[in-house]
Design a protein around this ligand. Structure first.
Ligand SMILES: [Zn+2]
Ligand SMILES: [Zn+2]
Length: 439
């Protein structure tokens, strides 16, 4: 088996590599040093070996070293009357590993406008480089050693760290900078979203949870939507977005709710859990108390948020599953087609106590949801008569239950229902969510 020196000698016979690129081929040997030191040390020992015997100086080796820019090789050659060969560009990095200043300055300038604590450098190299590098590794049996890509990332990262004092984070960096060191270009800057958890109340029956694109123009803006591109002038999402974008200088805010209420349904009690995602924020550390006040002030009692805290992407995913497992309490005003008796009211309460519903996707949402049968649990229904045809019902049920259909029966698509049990056409004329209880 060839040792480090023999291998290096053979590599340099074919390829002019800079100190870093030669040293990197042995990155798995001797820790606690740098590739540059490894490479320079190997070259120095090779030069010393080549001059061991005065009568048999290895001029060819010294010339190969001279091609890589080794000063001591050049000087030795001159001393014995030879003209040293000119330094060539490194076969792999083309010298770019030592010319990162320009790119680093560009990066520092570009990320300067963002507040962040951690970052990660990523780079995109031409495929031909991998082919070149792998060819050398294969030919000389250099496996498990570092690649140029890794060295670029580390070197650029080190310089950014020195200037900004921010740390590299491989798992959850707040900022990712993709660059191409060969063209000295920044390709993309990815900013981690800021996630804010809270609960919201909605006190009006006219605004949807999130903004809906106009069906006619799909958001482009047309006469039908008054060139807003939206179906409704405002939404819970937009009422939160404006203040949060002002504070974070973010690009966009997206509301992830734990379930959603219909436009005409109020959300009362302690509110619906949500996570507000702020995309591309320039400011990450914001005063949540101030944000809460600002949202509530601007929303003018249409909505209200409370208990804001910093959250994560993970919680968005959790929110969706939790919503299906939560218990929800509703207050519905039910209107019957014909007079409704006290016995019937009692029958509704009894028949719906701890009952599993079979709910086919409601007719009104069939166009945008899969047509399937959902099994949902109703725990309790408590009714209070308002007048001959109207009843107030407090319904406790599993998250994801279609309450309007539990009342109407939706032409038999929900079983059982108020209509079916009462044998009297029932309809929900007003609905409020009173409470959402999460396990
Ligand atoms: Zn190199
Ligand atoms: Zn439109």
């Amino acid at each position: 088996m060839l040792d480090v020196l023999d291998k290096s000698k053979k590599i340099l016979e074919e390829y002019a590599l800079c100190d870093r690129c030669l040293g990197r081929q042995f990155s798995n040997l001797a820790t606690g040093t740098t590739n540059k030191e490894r490479g320079a040390s190997i070259k120095l020992v090779l030069a010393m070996n080549s001059t061991l015997e005065k009568e048999q100086i290895n001029i060819e080796l010294l010339q190969n070293l001279s091609k890589t820019g080794a000063i001591f090789a050049k000087k030795t050659l001159k001393k014995i009357g030879c003209i040293p060969k000119e330094t060539q560009k490194c076969y792999l990095c083309e010298g770019k590993l030592d010319e990162l200043e320009d790119l680093v300055q560009k990066i520092v300038k570009a990320i300067n406008e963002y507040e962040f604590e951690s970052f990660l450098i990523g780079n995109v190299l031409d495929n031909s480089l991998y082919i070149k590098e792998n060819k050398i590794k294969d030919k000389f049996g250099l496996h498990g050693t570092e690649y140029l890509k890794q060295e670029f990332n580390r070197e650029i990262g080190k310089k950014i760290n020195e200037i900004t004092k921010k740390k590299t984070d491989f798992n959850t960096p707040e900022i990712i900078i993709e660059c191409n060191p060969f063209s000295s270009k920044i390709l993309e800057i990815k900013i981690r979203s800021v996630y804010i958890y809270g609960r919201y109340n909605k006190y009006v029956r006219t605004i949807p949870q999130t903004h809906w694109d106009c069906r006619n123009c799909k958001g482009k803006g047309c006469e039908k939507c008054n060139f807003t591109g939206k179906n409704y002038a405002e939404s819970v999402e937009e009422l939160m977005a404006k203040p949060v974008l002002e504070l974070t200088k973010g690009e966009k805010a997206v509301l992830h709710g734990s379930g959603r209420e219909d436009i005409d349904v109020r959300m009362l009690g302690s509110g619906r859990p949500f996570v507000l995602e702020v995309k591309k924020p320039k400011i990450r550390n914001i005063d949540l108390k101030k944000l809460e006040e600002q949202i509530n002030k601007e929303a003018n009692n249409k909505i209200k948020v409370n208990n804001l805290r910093i959250s994560s992407k993970k919680e968005v995913i959790k929110l969706k599953t939790k919503s299906q497992q939560s218990t929800k309490i509703y207050k519905a005003i039910v209107e019957f087609e014909n007079l409704v008796s006290d016995e019937t009211i009692k029958k509704i309460e009894e028949n719906l106590k701890d009952k599993t519903l079979n709910q086919k996707t409601p007719t009104r949402v069939k166009h945008r949801r899969a047509d399937i049968i959902r099994k949902k649990r109703v725990y309790e229904v408590r009714c209070k008569r308002i007048d001959e045809k109207h009843v107030e019902a407090i319904i406790t049920c599993e998250g994801g239950t279609y309450v309007k259909e539990l009342i109407s029966g939706d032409e038999g698509r929900t079983e059982p229902s108020f209509t079916e049990i009462a044998e009297n056409k029932a309809e929900c004329v007003e609905l409020d969510v009173l409470e959402i209880k999460e396990q």
